[in-house]
Design a protein around this ligand. Structure first.
Ligand SMILES: C[S@@+](CC[C@H](N)C(=O)[O-])C[C@H]1O[C@@H](n2cnc3c(N)ncnc32)[C@H](O)[C@@H]1O
Ligand SMILES: [Zn+2]
Ligand SMILES: [Zn+2]
Ligand SMILES: [Zn+2]
Ligand SMILES: [Zn+2]
Ligand SMILES: [Zn+2]
Length: 335
């Protein structure tokens, strides 16, 4: 049993243990709103490494924490769509989709669904009908376009089909000790290709603070695996000073959710997408993991840490970190 959980069982009943509850990974995970429907568990089944526990100072959180100098947009700048009917939020005309570039060609999936072609133009990112309803449309699996979703400020209901990420994780996950790559994450239920899995949350910090943290870390590339730049809407010519850059970054090393433990694979089953709700908050857009393959119950979740961005290795081969993803497409080195 994980030490933190042991502590939970043996000591928590006693008085004055509030601090201990606070530091207990099990209590942190139990406080997630999704705990009953999609719990996150932590196991170490390894006999050889039975003493290994999660870093004690790590903290599970389910919402981003804003660092110094990071804020949401003011109330007066916030806005949402005015759709009366939830189904309207799937089509051009919904204000939440107003910034979508007009997609010249409908995907094969959409052409097959003849009903969709008769009505107004479908624009949102998910399948509307049948067994695939709510799954990310295939043509987006390889794209880098952001996902525009409805949110709290919209007049549609919480059941609007365009609130997939907002509704949160529905899949129970397990953090487990892998044989050779530290902790990893596996799914406790089958996941369909195109299904939303979870967000990457952490401390949202300024780029100056991120640089300080990189410098403080012995090997900056090690730190880089926990830092994600929120740069999807960064544009030096933007009228919004917050989008002119450099972008804010999310650090999941010390505080994050289960996705912080997802390992790299050169042939991954997940991909990260930028997701935006309120358009006034583009500087703090979400990072959302979606499945790009059907994933079986018990399978390890992975994503490509590099995802097509080439990183010139000018260092020595001895300084490079070997990739242990084990796939036939392995590129051999992480960085
Ligand atoms: C974001 S963390 C993932 C969780 C990590 N395994 C842990 O125990 O905290 C990234 C680190 O995991 C390890 N890792 C992830 N994928 C790997 C891979 N394919 N090969 C070797 N090491 C990997 C590396 O040590 C890397 O710095
Ligand atoms: Zn506890
Ligand atoms: Zn809506
Ligand atoms: Zn709408
Ligand atoms: Zn909306
Ligand atoms: Zn690999």
């Amino acid at each position: 049993m994980e030490n933190a959980i042991k502590r939970h069982f043996f000591h928590h009943g006693k008085a004055n243990t509030a601090d201990e509850h606070d530091d207990c990974h099990w209590c942190q995970l139990r406080s997630f709103p999704t705990h009953l429907t999609a719990p996150v568990t932590v196991v170490n089944d390894s006999e050889a490494k039975s003493n290994v526990v999660l870093p004690p100072s790590f903290r599970f959180i389910d919402e981003n924490q804003f660092g110094e100098g990071v804020e949401r947009a003011e109330e007066s700048f916030r806005s949402g769509c005015t759709c009366d009917d939830d189904t309207d939020c799937q089509y051009m005309g919904c204000l939440c989709l107003a910034e979508l570039e007009d997609e010249a060609d409908e995907s094969e999936d959409e052409r097959m669904g003849s009903v969709a072609n008769l009505g107004p133009k479908k624009a949102y990112a998910y399948h509307t009908h049948g067994a695939k309803a709510g799954l990310l449309r295939s043509k987006l699996h390889r794209s880098k376009l952001p996902l525009y979703e409805c949110h709290q400020g919209c007049s549609c209901s919480a059941n609007c089909p365009n609130r997939v990420v907002e509704r949160g994780r529905t899949v129970p996950l397990q953090i487990f000790l892998t044989e050779n790559r530290g902790w990893g994450v596996r799914t406790q239920e089958a996941i369909k290709k195109g299904q939303f899995v979870d967000r990457y949350v952490g401390e949202i910090i300024t780029s100056e603070e991120a640089d300080r943290r990189r410098a403080a870390s012995a090997i900056s590339q090690r730190k880089d695996v926990y830092l994600f730049a929120l740069d999807k809407f960064t544009d030096p010519a933007s009228l919004d000073p917050r989008l002119r850059g450099p972008p804010l970054e999310v650090d999941g090393e010390f505080m994050s959710g289960p996705t912080r433990f997802i390992n790299h694979s050169c042939d991954p089953n997940l991909r990260i997408f930028a997701r935006i709700g309120d358009h006034a908050d583009k500087h703090i857009h979400d990072l959302a993991f979606f499945a790009i393959k059907d994933i079986q119950k018990g399978e390890e979740l992975t994503f490509d840490y590099v995802d097509g961005v080439s990183d010139d290795h000018d260092g020595n081969i001895e300084d490079m970190t070997r990739c242990l993803c084990g796939s036939s497409k392995c590129r051999k080195f992480l960085w």
